[in-house]
Every structure is written in structure tokens, then in C-alpha cells.
Design a binder for this molecule. Sequence first.
Ligand code: CMX
Length: 135
Amino acid sequence: MNLSHIEHIGIAVKSLQDAIPFYENVLGLKCYNIEEVVDQKVKTAFFMIGQTKIELLEPTAPESPIAKFIEKRGEGIHHLAFAANGLQASLDELAGKGIQLLDKTPRKGAEGLNIAFLHPKSTIGVLLELCEHPN
Ligand code: CMX
């Protein structure tokens, strides 16, 4: 594995419109991008702090993973994403160690990154994402 830093922290919110003012007006961060990820049924808002992003996630449909998460656990931290050098090799290594992959091969996520999720039951209760910038 070759993880370099925390790429982003994903936070489930009911409404971007309600949550963004807290990050901007209270914490003084700037929302630099709002993007819909259609296949994940989410709308995202991004803030940069150091080399790490905060990704707010609003569900766009009742069957969205974020809608299900909020229904079960309420708003809050949803996942932690690591920047991985050599994403496919990392996934192969994890699979070899018996870690349950939600994505066996990388797929496209927000901001054009290649991403893959690991099941929280395999990772001591935290939904983990690995991401890599496409070359
Ligand atoms: N963090 C930690 N645990 C979580 C979790 C999360 N985000 N989401 C679900 N769980 C737990 C559940 O509480 C449940 O635990 P218990 O069995 O103890 O109750 C267990 O995982 C299984 O949950 P589930 O409800 O049976 O399964 P779901 O159908 O809700 O699926 C998951 C959960 C993680 C497999 C699914 O949400 C998934 O595939 N996520 C990856 C994709 C994703 O999250 N996309 C949204 C973000 C997209 C983006 O960032 O662009």
C-alpha cells in the first residue's frame, strides 16, 4: 500500500443549502465546487483545508447511500478517503488480505478522481475510500 494523505472527509448532510453557510460563515472555509455525482445519487460541495478536502454529501434520491445513512445514523461523518498511489494494485493487495471491496476496480467519482470503497465491516467500522488522480 502507498497512501500519501487524507484526500477528503465525506460528511452526510440533509441539505447543502443549510450546511454550506456553517462551513463558510462560521469556519471561514470557501466552497469552491458543487457537483452532482449521478450514479451515486448525491450532490457534493467541496472545501479545501491544507491538502485535504471536506466533501459535504446531500442525497438526491431516497435510495441514495447517503439517504440510507442519514435515516439510520443521522447527519455526520460518512467516510474517510485516502489518496492512494497505484489504486488498482492497492485494491488487489487488500483483496488478497481478505478485505471486502465494494469496488473491485476503480470507478469515476467527484472531481474526476478514480475511486473505490472498502466495506466498513472489514475496516473496523469506518467506510474507507481510496482515490487516485487519473494520469
Ligand atoms: N460508515 C460506517 N458504517 C456504515 C456506513 C458508513 N458510512 N454505512 C453503513 N454502515 C454500516 C451499517 O450501519 C450496517 O451496520 P450494522 O449491520 O451493524 O447495522 C452495515 O454497515 C451494513 O449496512 P447496511 O445498511 O446493511 O448496508 P447499506 O445498504 O446501507 O450499504 C454500504 C452500506 C457502506 C455498503 C453502502 O453505503 C456503500 O456501498 N457505500 C459506498 C458508496 C457510497 O457510500 N457512496 C456515497 C458517496 C459517494 C461519493 O463520495 O461521491
